[in-house]
Design a protein around this ligand. Structure first.
Ligand code: MRU
Length: 341
């Protein structure tokens, strides 16, 4: 599988438009910050680490197009706020800001940002591979792994987090299969996870989101692994809407539920999950299918893009430094102090 969904070529950040997959593999060139913000908001590029990487390259676009320092600051601020839940976005922009000294010529800032964006991109791919290696040890030969949303190469710099674990287990020779929740309303599971796994040759079956209880009750899944958009200091984890329900069911049916995420997804500044901002998206995503309204005209719809899984339901958080175990308050604080056992 080619990891070329985020490529900076010449003057342009060239993205694979994830809205059209799997039917069309069309590129979406972004040559200024406004077009990248649009791509992030409309989810042409999506997935927490992927929007972090795209935003890092977006800072290069910002430094190239800014008229002066105040303009650069405005562009960085707008970019950082394109979507609220995935912390990787603001993490990447904050990292760039820290490298920029007021008074540095913008041309020079663009060069500094480019070097850092490439480093962030590479580091994310390496983090995913390490997550895969640690996570693969938790998967047994013959397991069927259930996942929700898409935490594959497309959602990261490359290789994937939850799908990174599945890929690594498969590459290690374990005969596993995957159940991909379809993930309403934007179908990241049915469209993207199934597409990626098919390309990798890993057996995948799609299930409606609301089939999860039956699937688990029938013993069709032995492990659950999902990605994350933001993890609070106590281990509470925001991920795609529906994840918390999956975790509750997994606990009921005694199935281990794991989160796979790089350290850039942990936000130690937030004490717990109630402080994680939850994105609410336009209701048409729920009420309109293939351009056709399916709900009565005028009816309201809730379209929360994420929910928060309480730390108590998470068997382990698979990171590039190893598998964090409860109590997460302690294991997360240790890892941020650089101590890892
Ligand atoms: O709204 P999305 O598609 O950006 O949501 C993506 C998810 O919830 C993923 O599971 C998460 O970002 C982890 S991606 C490695």
């Amino acid at each position: 599988m080619k990891d070329d969904h985020i490529v900076f070529r010449g003057e342009v950040l060239d993205l694979l438009d994830q809205r059209l997959l799997p039917l069309e593999a069309k590129r979406l060139p972004c040559d200024n910050v406004e077009s990248l913000i649009k791509a992030i908001k409309s989810m042409a590029v999506r997935g927490a680490p992927a929007i972090g990487v795209a935003a890092a390259y977006g800072c290069v676009l910002a430094a190239r197009e800014a008229k002066d320092e105040a303009d650069l600051e405005r562009l960085l601020h707008d970019l950082e706020n394109a979507r609220p839940t995935a912390v990787n976005l603001s993490w990447a922009v904050r990292k760039m800001r820290a490298l920029w000294q007021p008074g540095t010529p913008l041309e020079e800032a663009a060069q500094i940002f480019m070097a850092e964006a490439i480093a962030i991109h590479q580091a994310d791919i390496e983090a995913c591979r390490a997550i895969g290696r640690y996570g693969a040890e938790l998967i047994d030969d013959g397991d069927c792994v259930l996942t929700h949303c898409n935490a594959g190469a497309l959602a990261t710099g490359g290789y994937g987090t939850a799908l990174g674990v599945i890929r690594a287990a498969w590459e290690a020779g374990k005969k596993i299969s995957v159940i991909a929740d379809e993930t309403r309303p934007l179908l990241q599971g049915a469209r993207l996870t199934a597409w990626e796994l098919r390309q990798l040759g890993i057996p995948v079956t799609i299930a409606c989101d609301n089939a999860c209880a039956l699937v688990m009750g029938r013993g069709l899944a032995q492990k659950v692994v999902t990605g994350a958009d933001r993890i609070a200091a106590n281990g509470d984890t925001a991920n795609k809407i529906g994840t918390c329900g999956v975790a509750i069911l997994a606990r009921h049916f005694d199935i281990p539920f794991y989160i796979a995420a790089p350290l850039s997804t942990i936000d130690p500044s937030l004490e717990n999950g109630s402080q994680i901002p939850i994105e609410s998206r336009q209701t048409d995503e729920v009420c309109v299918i293939n351009g056709k309204r399916v709900a009565p005209e005028g009816v309201k719809a809730l379209n929360f893009a994420f929910d928060v899984t309480p730390a108590a339901l998470i068997a382990g958080i698979i990171t590039e430094r190893g598998v964090l175990r409860p109590p997460y308050g302690e294991s997360i604080s240790r890892i941020f102090k650089g101590v890892w056992k």
